[in-house]
Design a binder for this molecule. Structure first.
Ligand SMILES: Cc1cc2nc3c(=O)[nH]c(=O)nc-3n(C[C@H](O)[C@H](O)[C@H](O)COP(=O)(O)O)c2cc1C
Length: 250
């Protein structure tokens, strides 16, 4: 196994950081250069990242993201945004209409670009021995992020990324077996339920071990409950904020 694949396969999200141990400007620069080198749609580079280090701002954002204390405890908090602002300027410069933001395509394009860039940033940070956790919780109150970070029209915050020096590294969270996620030639729907039954047991034991028996919930119950009512705070905030930012898809 080569070094890159070793790093990719040993990922775990870290939420405990060494207090006061900084991540340097040079490290952040290397992480963002790696992220921006990723493939992106039409080379439009529909991603911008806001680097937040100010303790007061981090505290406020930690609360807005659902009281996630690791945002303020880690030295660096990066906010990955879909960015069509530059594309709007390109349209103005060339006298074109700016139709893309009227279509859901803009959100798909932007989210894909952000996801790929975020993934590269994760690997870059982990290759330096740093710990990370992405923060989708920022969309619980996305307007606060727009206001605090002064995001212009056509820029929308999709995910944060906490970066610091790990003080505790959790056990790796087991993934679904490839039988569920890798399909040969055609999608195999038949196999899924049986795998979910087995994986529920795997995650239940993992959770129980990680929490000293306090939480032995399984995978399907967590996913089902989030996709029932758990996402409501996100739904309530994402649509108005993204529309307010100029994305007007029907
Ligand atoms: C886009 C994205 C958003 C996430 N948002 C949060 C978050 O707001 N808070 C958190 O603690 N973890 C968050 N996570 C981390 C996931 O919970 C974690 O990746 C998943 O449970 C798998 O665990 P692992 O990363 O340790 O393998 C997020 C992950 C992704 C990819």
């Amino acid at each position: 196994m080569n070094e890159t694949i070793k790093i990719l396969k040993s990922h775990r999200s870290v939420r405990e950081f060494v207090p006061g141990k900084d991540v340097s400007e040079a490290q952040v620069r290397a992480i963002i250069e790696a992220a921006m080198a990723a493939p992106n749609w039409i080379n439009g580079q529909q991603v911008s990242v806001i680097e937040v280090r100010d303790i007061e701002r981090k505290s406020l954002l930690a609360e807005a993201a659902g009281n996630q204390r690791w945002i303020k405890e880690a030295p660096v908090f990066l906010v990955f945004c879909i960015d069509f602002y530059r594309a709007k300027l390109a349209a103005e410069k060339n006298g074109n209409d700016f139709e893309i933001v009227e279509d859901l395509e803009a959100v798909i394009v932007g989210s894909t670009d952000v996801g790929i860039a975020l993934g590269s940033a994760v690997v870059a940070a982990e290759s330096m021995g740093l710990g990370i956790v992405p923060i989708g919780g920022i969309r619980r109150n996305s307007q606060t992020f727009v206001d605090q970070l002064k995001l212009p029209q056509y820029v929308f915050p999709v995910s944060g990324l906490v970066i610091g020096h790990p003080s505790e590294i959790p056990d790796q969270k087991p993934r679904l077996p490839l039988k569920a996620t890798l399909h040969k030639e055609k999608y195999d729907a038949e196999v899924q339920m049986e795998i979910i039954d087995q994986y529920d047991q795997t995650i239940s034991s993992y959770m129980s071990e990680r929490t000293n028996g306090e939480d032995s919930s399984d995978w399907s119950s967590k996913v089902a409950s989030f996709y029932d009512k758990g996402f409501e705070q996100y739904a309530k905030n994402t649509t108005p904020t993204i529309k307010n930012q100029g994305f007007r898809y029907k």
